[in-house]
Every structure is written in C-alpha cells, then in structure tokens.
Design a binder for this molecule. Structure first.
Ligand code: CA
Length: 220
C-alpha cells in the first residue's frame, strides 16, 4: 500500500514517514502542493496525508482539484488550524478525516487503516480469504488458525492482494503498491515474494493469471 505524504515541515514529515514505514506502507513524501499535484497524477495511492498550509498550492486547493477530477482517494488532513471553520472547510472540500497537530502517530496509523478499509468497501478490521486471516492493526497473519510469520514485504504484498480480493493485480500495480520512490526494486522481486507467500500459505492461494498478473485462488 502506497501513501502520499504532503508535509512541508521537515521534522514532522520525517517522523510521519518513519511511522508509516513501520506500519509497512510505502511512503512518497513531497513538500509542496505542486509536487503533490504531479505525484497524484502519476501514481496510484491508497491514501493521502495532507497538510493544509503548503508552499505553491495549499492543501485545500489540492483537495478540491483532486475531487473535481473525480479522484476518490481517501484523504486525511493534518492541520495546525484547529478552528471548526477550517475543519468544516476541509471536510466540505472532500477530505475523509482530519487530525489536528500535535497528534499521536498511532492514532494517525489507525485512522489510515480505517480509511483504507472503508475505501475498499470493507468495514471489518480483518482481511480474510480461504482460511488466511490478516489483521492490519496487529500485523498478525494466520493460516487455518496457525500463526504465519511474514517479512515486511511479504506482509505488504499479502495485504494488497487481500484488499483487492476479486481483482487481478498486475505486477506493475503490485510494484507501485510495495515501493516508494527511490527504493530499490530488483527485476523479479514481486515474483520472489509471491513464491515465498505460496510456500507459506499454499501453492494455490495465489494464482497466476497468464499475461495479466495475480489474483487470490478460489476458496476451497
Ligand atoms: Ca505546513
């Protein structure tokens, strides 16, 4: 899952990025509204964490622009502006949630989990398929009730596949979801992680759709 972080405060941005990476999100961090606009045009994100006071274009402008283009991306506003009027303006411009600075990083993580699962049409906090259960909050994974240990990338890949249960995911989409800008992506890394997941979750759990990508196998 890839998240766009738009924050011009270097210390705060660095802290948020580190916190989100710990939750196994790939994070692209930009420091002004124009860079954010371009990133949103170029990449598929699962959520955006948006500061309001930004150089070049402010957060509200960005949000209105995004919604005018019909983009449904979940957006959480981070703002130092704590007046009700600012919160109302943000929500009315199309934000899904907001947090007022200073805030707790764990609360930010939890709110993002909620936004992402709602956007996926899922109100329950667990992702589940064919006996495999993934709990995003605790990062626990089990197969037929037995705990399964996954690396951070394997976890992120499984979370992506379970979040798009009835869809074929292309290798490019999975790579976009797993890696932020500038992160090393070897040529076969998605295949390697798929291979590891099949060893741990069963050979039929992830199916290859020839020429298209991957999808979860039929529950059986
Ligand atoms: Ca700011």
């Amino acid at each position: 899952m890839r998240i766009l972080l738009v924050e011009d405060d270097p210390l705060l941005g660095d802290g948020i990025r580190a916190g989100l990476k710990l939750a196994d999100y790939a994070v692209d961090w930009v420091c002004d509204g124009e860079a954010a606009r371009l990133a949103l045009l170029d990449h598929a994100y699962q959520a955006c964490v948006l500061d309001l006071g930004l150089p070049k274009r402010d957060g509200l402008w960005l949000l209105k622009d995004l919604r005018e283009r019909g983009n449904q991306l979940p957006v959480l506003i981070l703002t130092a502006r704590d007046s009700s009027a600012d919160k109302i303006a943000g929500l009315d411009a199309g934000a899904d949630d907001y947090l007022t600075k200073p805030f707790d990083l764990f609360e930010l993580q939890a709110r993002l989990r909620a936004l992402i699962r709602r956007a996926g049409g899922n109100a329950t906090p667990r992702l589940e398929h064919a006996g495999v259960v993934l709990e995003p909050a605790s990062k626990r994974v089990s197969r037929d009730g037995q705990p399964v240990t996954l690396s951070a990338r394997e976890f992120a890949l499984l979370r992506d596949l379970l979040s798009h249960k009835n869809h074929i995911r292309t290798r490019a989409q999975l790579e976009e979801s797993l890696y932020a800008w500038g992160e090393e992506t070897g040529s076969n890394t998605v295949e390697v992680y798929i291979h590891h997941l099949r060893k741990k979750l069963g050979a039929q759990f992830i199916r290859t759709v020839r020429g298209l990508g991957y999808r979860l196998g039929d529950p059986g």
